[in-house]
Write a protein of this length. Sequence first.
Length: 347
Amino acid sequence: MKRNIVILLLTVLVITMLGVAYALAGEQGDAGQKIDDKFLTIDDKFLELDAKVQILEGNVSELDQRLQVLEAGELPPPTEPPPIEPPECIVTSVEPGQSALVEHRIPGLIEAEDFDICDSTPGCAAYYDTSVENVGLMYREVEGVDIKATGDVTGNFQVGWTNGRVVDEQLRTEWLEYTTCVEEGVYDVWLRVSAGAETPGRIKVTLGGQELGEVQVPTTGSWDSDYRTIVIPNATVEGGNKILRIEFTTDKPSDLNWIKFVRADVGDQGSILLAPNPRGVDENDPGAEVGVLSVPGEDCINYVVDDGRFIVVGDVLRLRDGISLDYEAEDLVSIAVTATPTECANP
């Protein structure tokens, strides 16, 4: 019984000593591995640093080559400067104390109600109106110009009650002024008007002191729902900052929605230009003339209209015989015209 116990104890002791030996051996192995890992890490850092040094040496070598080229006088060709874009037309004041409410440029559209403003400079006047207050009570209520909402297909407001009055046996006519920046050229001046009176007034257009023309406003049938575009054609103007003046020259009333300057000397061939009938196209007017067509740079053209109600005779666009427009049923008419150059017939 004792022998068996001793043997068992010896066996346990041997096993225990072996475990200690293995444990010691394991600790020594781990320490060696850690030291090796640290040396490998240091080697990697030296390799990385060496690579950076090589890159730096390459950059220095490239710089040396560039310096040699410069010292030899072989300079690279100069780069072309970027093209200078022409400055946008800048609207600046022309009259003392008077300035643009909205920056107006020609060519372009000018809303009648956006006339100039004045500061406290003595004598400054951007408009003349025979009434002291804004009768229409719209948009610019504190100004004396009469403004009301428009019933046209474009715009928000229109200037109305424009008839002049006799003061001290002299007719005092109403007028509006707009500071503009003008691009030199030839223009058709479009005026969008309405007149419910049987005898409407006349409108004169002046730009920079140069009278461009005066036109009679046609009777449109209504002040607020029937509108026409009347035209002063082929007005040649110089460029620069100029005062545009719209003057209502009679004691008869007419309303004005907008003014538009359209290039009449367009250089792009292939563009179809339309000089509208100055009288406009009246409702229920069979065969009415719409206007004259032209294509810059072309003498002989064949025109095709996509709306069968219209026809081109020569260069005149008009409604077909027996056909008229009904503005109550259709307040805006859009048509497409195609122009094809043809050989001119022998005279």
